[in-house]
Design a protein. Structure first.
Length: 100
């Protein structure tokens, strides 16, 4: 399901901020947001070292994990987000035709 144009996009990134993959994921997500979602997103970063109970409550099995919370149902993407295509496709910022 697509997000309505002009609607605020809610993103939640679960990280272990001491890890290189989590640091990279946060950097890559911020860059993706700057380039494609300027002024259209809310980003919550959840450091599971600081909030370990969130892993159990939210069903997080590994980090980094991005949850596109504005979608119904929400979509989770695991990894350092160096490949931004799955995120952009899920948000319908690019269509599958744009990447051929």
């Amino acid at each position: 399901m697509a997000i309505n144009k002009g609607a605020m996009i809610k993103l939640r990134l679960y990280v272990s901020l001491g890890s290189p993959n989590s640091t990279t994921a946060l950097h890559n997500l911020r860059e993706l947001c700057r380039l494609h979602l300027a002024g259209q997103y809310e980003l919550e970063v959840v450091d599971l070292y600081e909030q370990p109970s969130r892993a159990l409550t939210d069903g997080v099995l590994m980090t980094p994990m991005l949850v596109l919370a504005s979608l119904d149902p929400p979509i989770s993407i695991i990894g350092n987000l160096s490949d931004t295509e799955p995120v952009l496709r899920a948000l319908e910022v690019v269509s599958s035709d744009d990447t051929d």
